[in-house]
Design a protein around this ligand. Structure first.
Ligand code: SAM
Length: 169
């Protein structure tokens, strides 16, 4: 395991998220972001265009298991300061299945939800996907007014990304 001296601070890191988090001391950050590499929905539903281009590239990436994702979230809870926040990205399938409920509210409590809208119609057997969700989790003690000072943030984010020069990582 790497120790905290192995990582230069305030630059983009490369490596394993769990290893990085484990190198950090308790209660050292006010805010974390976690956009896990999961593809449960794609694995569950074999859409017609799964075999081509971007989706097949994505399917080859190693995904994080639910157990790994939970382990990362528990480490986030440890490194967060009291009343600190974790912004956890999730898709519709994982949200409706309640995957986030595997983390007890005593560890991190869901205190808000933001829906993203990429303005690009996606896949779906019923409604078609046009964005994801951001669970706002807070470490106890739960405090709103004392911790959230920007009251201009809406719970719908519309952001169309120009994919013309994007590559799959
Ligand atoms: C859903 S994408 C997040 C994209 C990111 N929000 C962005 O805008 O670039 C998940 C990312 O997790 C990375 N990843 C996969 N396994 C990882 C691991 N064990 N530790 C750290 N990062 C990992 C992938 O390389 C991928 O870039």
């Amino acid at each position: 395991m790497l120790d905290r001296n192995s990582y230069a601070l305030n630059i983009a890191q490369q490596g394993d998220a769990l290893e990085l988090l484990r190198s950090l001391p308790d209660g050292c950050v006010a805010l974390g972001f976690f956009d896990p590499q999961f593809r449960e929905l794609l694995e569950r539903q074999q859409y017609g265009n799964e075999g081509v281009s971007r989706q097949s590239e994505r399917a080859r990436l190693p995904a994080m298991t639910p157990g790994y994702i939970d382990a990362v979230i528990h480490e986030f809870a440890r490194v967060l300061k009291p009343s600190g926040y974790l912004m956890r990205w999730t898709d519709k399938f994982c949200l409706c299945e309640g995957r986030h409920l595997s983390i007890p509210p005593e560890v991190l409590k869901v205190v808000d939800l933001i829906a993203t809208d990429n303005e690009r119609i996606g896949m779906g057997y019923r409604t078609r996907c046009r964005g994801d969700f951001l669970l706002v989790l807070q470490k106890p003690p739960i405090k709103a007014k004392a911790t959230w000072t920007d009251h201009g943030i809406p719970d719908r984010w519309v952001e169309k990304v120009d994919r013309a020069d994007q590559t799959v990582d």
